[in-house]
Write a protein that binds this ligand. Structure first.
Ligand SMILES: Cc1ncc(COP(=O)(O)O)c(C=O)c1O
Length: 344
């Protein structure tokens, strides 16, 4: 099978498994895990933040961040189709009790969008919800791995700060944004109060995310991590995998981006395929079928029968994601299979 459902499907390679097997470990909650302590220090420095904190998943990191930065009843500004809104099982309402206002289009937005949608405070006679947080997803998953241009990130965060809002980055695929833009992770994180990165996507580790920010916010996150059941013990084996992934699998993300473009260009030539190649920045290819001879679910099933796994994102959209466990030849083969099914 050529599995292009997500970059989360990668399996640890032999060298990663070897460092995991021999990693020094200790009780994380007593601060005794040397492998994790080293990783937290490395990541804090890489992201240009005072401190960082391990969490078992990106979803838990997002949920903890919401608890740290908001209060129940608050309003949070997010780009359209944010992971927080679509893919966290309603956790944001259940755990943090917040509501979302989706702004902009295609996962990106402007400083004007922020100013227009942040609810005005202290309106006499009008008990509005209080907008307290702006969240950005970079790269944006459901809109095809779009990179939020850094000058725009800086201007929307400045607008948010001027309105008294905190800023949070869902950087599950920040590494892809960094490789694509050529900007260091610390530069991409600088405008934000708190950031999240994941090791289990394109970097290929089996698990792990981190929050990074000022010590006071990380101390608050430690409490909510415990509350949500994410405080673990001998975590060094996973920390070693993440450390290996950062060292060995970061620069090669450029290969995934090139492979995604190759498949996307193949798809773009097929009848009925609507794809915005100018928005294809990284490793996620999203397209729609408009007047094509197949529905998304049919294409998924027929491709599977020929050994290619892709995802239908609802009734109209399809997605494929390239990653380190699929070679250029695999991606070329997947492009051939999809193009042939689509009559291209
Ligand atoms: C943008 C984004 N944020 C957060 C997550 C959540 O990560 P996890 O699957 O580790 O919970 C994902 C997962 O794919 C994601 O794409």
């Amino acid at each position: 099978m050529i599995d292009l459902r997500s970059d989360t499907v990668t399996r640890p390679c032999a060298a990663m498994r070897a460092v995991m097997a021999t990693a020094p470990v200790g009780d994380m909650q007593y601060g005794d895990d040397p492998s994790l302590n080293a990783l937290e220090a490395r990541v804090a420095e890489l992201l240009g933040k005072e401190a960082s904190l391990w969490l078992p998943s990106g979803t838990m990191a997002n949920q903890v961040a919401l608890r740290v930065l908001t209060r129940p009843g608050d309003d949070v500004l997010v780009g359209s189709e944010a992971h927080l809104v679509w893919h966290e099982a309603g956790g944001s309402a259940a755990n943090a009790g917040v509501q979302f206002t989706e702004i902009g289009s295609g996962g990106v937005f402007s400083a004007d969008d922020v100013r227009r949608h942040a609810k005005p405070r202290n309106q006499p006679g009008l008990p509005l919800p209080v907008t307290t947080l702006l969240q950005i997803e970079n790269t944006q998953n459901r809109h095809g791995g779009v990179v939020f241009a850094q000058d725009q990130v800086e201007s929307v965060c400045a607008a948010a700060r001027a309105l008294g809002l905190a800023t949070y980055l869902d950087g599950a695929r920040l590494w892809n944004a960094s490789v694509q833009s050529g900007l260091a992770p610390a530069r991409l994180c600088a405008p934000f109060d708190l950031v999240m990165v994941a090791f289990s996507k394109g970097l290929g580790a089996p698990a792990g995310s981190m929050l990074a920010g000022p010590r006071a916010l990380i101390d608050s996150a430690i409490r909510y991590r415990r509350m949500f059941g994410g405080a673990m013990r001998q975590i060094g084996m996973l920390a070693a995998a993440c450390d290996y992934a950062l060292t060995h699998n970061l620069a090669r993300l450029a290969d995934d981006h090139a492979n995604a473009r190759m498949v996307a260009e193949r798809l773009a030539a097929c009848p009925g395929v609507k794809i915005r190649l100018e928005h294809l920045h990284t490793n996620i290819v999203v397209w729609e079928l408009d007047g094509a001879r197949l529905k998304p679910a049919d294409l998924v099933a027929l491709a599977r029968a020929q050994g290619v796994l892709i995802t239908a994102l609802g009734a109209a959209k399809l997605r494929l994601v390239t990653h380190l466990d699929v070679s250029r030849a695999d991606c070329a083969r997947a492009g051939d299979v999809l193009a042939q099914l689509l009559g291209g």
